[in-house]
Design a protein around this ligand. Structure first.
Ligand code: ADP
Length: 627
């Protein structure tokens, strides 16, 4: 019989399993039991409508069997089973094949992380076995098939006999070696403990023949060994258990295996609600964003159960987009099992549950922000963008719910702060919330416009995400305080007298500025002297709704129409360049034009904008240097 080869990426995964990268080998049993449970779910679900499946609910079960002599451990189920093709496709390839493709960005990132992303699954059997046999008969089929593999070099599939439909997985347990004792997986107590630890919530009974010592009838000291079939698991799903009875570790383990994450969650929320709607919810906030979270491929949603039976794997109606990062399970007896997707969307109960869940998540986040700041900042690093989008989308429909959850970097605190915190520190007489935007904290910190504001001891929020300014625009104000860009032309910290004086000077040099504007061929709306700069000679400010950063973001989008901010070039009158310009304007119009162009190019570069005529500008600079 010719061996078939595994698909490339399956082979890779198998290799990793055989060579046991996981120290926690015992999870193989959890993975196999979970597969068995899925197979039972499929058949059970079908039995609700298919009258040909004549089986009582309690007869859906999983069996474990230890054979000491032959060193085998068998996991059996009477679920849906697999056809020959399914054996080939499901076990010859990783179900979520292609997962390895996602490795590209961080080629070197440990493989284990990637495996964790989609669960270790069936192949984990090879961590403890040197040979695995799978005997399966699919529901509705007459023939059974046997899949056998001894590891990465291939597998065979042959017809075989099997009475009932379902699947037997026979593990030939490895021989003990120096580092590892595999014998323990043939130990009944060990197996019982493993089931309790990892698979207690499985809703089908996990049965095993267990030996007990009994006092022999009619005797006082003579014992006999009696074998009894026991159910090893309590069958109460973890989300239905009382919070107090479940350890944090159990919640974490459940999360990791259920949602294919190698890291434990940042936060677990377990809740039971009675009232208008009655439901259990077990929600998790992951500790990192999934690799596809900020892409179109990411599908939000919670697993939806009706009284312990899965009705939908990803019910997106249960989560608003801005909480799309939440993973979890909702189980309600108020929902009908046979409800269609379309009906479900309109279901009043479901809407009510969704509303409650949203409130719950929000409360938990607010709590975290207040009581565990470090954790919240960790959360915000991963999912803050999602909240920002939430505040911005739908023309700010949800801004009021979300604005207190937003954090921005503060020039004063040198860390992320809330608007509320900013307000509590505002200086007397300060009317607005000041902000500046740019590519990075460091770059903003160096902006000439920012220097002056910081110098006068004002706090400035630094916006570095491309959505930030759009968010503030939608928010409009916080608690009556409007947001003001320190690079806006209206931003002004001058006293009344200073303002008047500046206005006078600007009037006096009006003609000079007009010429500069002409020299710049419509690039700027205006040129003027300013007091907003301390040591720097020049800066750009903007007028109107669109700032330089916003224009940059909008122009990076794939739309035809380009937008541009209305720029104003402001020159520091107190800088020697001010005097120089005044002199040149009178004496040398050619040099004046050169100076103007260089100053404008400088201002653009400082703002993080590119210059369109770098060669020309560098030639001018060289000319001036050579003089
Ligand atoms: P996953 O369970 O994450 O899909 P696995 O590698 O564990 O990945 O299993 C691959 C596939 O093999 C499953 O999706 C399922 O279709 C099939 N399978 C595994 N075990 C069983 C079983 N006991 N009964 C029926 N099908 C099974």
């Amino acid at each position: 019989m010719k061996k078939k080869e595994f698909k490339a990426e399956s082979k890779k995964l198998l290799d990793l399993m055989v060579n046991s990268i996981y120290t926690n080998k015992e999870i193989f049993l959890r993975e196999l039991i979970s597969n068995a449970s899925d197979a039972l779910d499929k058949l059970y679900y079908q039995s609700l409508t298919d009258t040909k499946i004549d089986r009582k609910k309690e007869d859906f079960a999983i069996w474990l069997e230890i054979d000491d002599k032959n060193r085998t451990l068998t996991v059996s189920d009477n679920g849906i089973g697999m056809t020959e093709e399914e054996l080939e496709n499901n076990l010859g390839t990783i179900a979520k094949s292609g997962s390895f493709d996602f490795k590209t960005e961080k080629e070197k990132k440990e493989e284990i992380d990637i495996i964790g992303q989609f669960g270790v699954g069936f192949y984990s059997a090879f961590m403890v076995s040197d040979k695995v046999e799978v005997i399966s008969k699919a529901y509705g089929q007459t023939k059974a098939y046997k899949w056998v593999s001894e590891g990465a070099d291939g597998y065979t599939i042959t017809p075989c006999e099997k009475k009932d439909f379902g699947t037997d997985i026979i593990l030939h347990i490895k021989k003990d070696d120096e580092d590892e004792s595999y014998k323990e997986y043939l130990d009944s107590y060990k197996i019982q403990r493993m089931v309790k630890k990892y698979s207690d919530y499985i809703k089908y009974p996990i049965k095993m023949n267990v030996e007990h010592e009994h006092l022999k009838e009619g005797t006082k000291e003579e014992y006999e060994t009696v074998t009894e079939t026991e159910s090893l698991n309590s069958m109460v799903p973890i989300w239905k258990k009382n919070k107090k009875e479940v350890t944090e570790e159990a919640y974490d383990d459940f999360y990791k295996s259920k949602f294919f994450d190698y890291e434990k969650p940042l936060k677990t929320i377990s809740t039971y609600v009675e009232g208008m709607s009655t439901y259990h919810a077990l929600l998790y906030i992951p500790s990192h964003a999934p690799y596809d979270f900020y892409s179109k491929e990411y599908e939000k949603g919670l697993e939806l159960y009706s009284n312990g039976v899965l009705i939908m794997e990803k019910c997106s109606d249960l989560l608003p987009d801005y909480f799309a990062f939440v993973k979890g399970i909702v189980d309600s007896s108020d929902l009908s099992l046979n409800i269609s997707r379309e009906m479900l969307q309109k279901d009043r109960q479901l809407k009510n549950i969704a509303k409650n869940i949203e409130k719950k998540i929000k409360n938990e986040l607010e709590n975290m922000l207040e009581k565990d700041r470090e954790k919240y900042e960790e959360f915000f690093k991963n999912f803050g963008m999602s909240l920002k989008f939430g505040a911005y989308n739908d023309f700010g429909l949800h801004k009021d719910e979300l604005k207190d959850l937003l954090l921005f970097y503060s020039s004063k605190e040198k860390k992320l702060v809330t608007f509320k915190e900013y307000l509590s520190r505002m200086k007397e007489g300060q009317e607005n919330i000041y902000y500046a935007s740019g590519e990075s904290i460091d770059k903003i910190d160096l902006l000439p416009q920012v220097e002056n504001v910081k110098d006068k001891d004002y706090e400035v929020l630094y916006l570095t995400d491309y959505v930030d300014e759009f968010v503030l625009q939608v928010l409009m104000d916080y608690d009556g305080k409007k947001f003001l860009n320190v690079c806006d032309k209206d931003f002004d910290l001058d006293t009344k007298e200073e303002k008047e004086e500046l206005e006078k000077t600007n009037k006096k040099y009006k003609d000079m500025f007009t010429l500069m504007k002409e020299d710049l061929k419509g690039e700027v709306e205006d040129v003027r002297f300013t007091h907003r700069l301390k040591n720097h000679p020049v800066c750009l400010t903007t007028e109107g709704e669109i700032s330089n950063q916003m224009a940059k973001v909008m122009n990076a989008m794939p739309i035809d129409q380009k937008v541009s901010s209305k720029k104003i070039m402001e020159i520091n009158e107190k800088h020697p360049i001010g005097e120089k310009l005044k002199t040149l304007y009178k004496k040398d119009k050619v040099a004046f034009k050169q100076y103007t162009e260089v100053l404008y190019a400088q201002a653009r570069l400082i703002e993080g904008l590119s210059i369109e005529n770098p060669t020309e500008i560098s030639n001018i600079i060289c000319d001036l240097l050579a003089k």
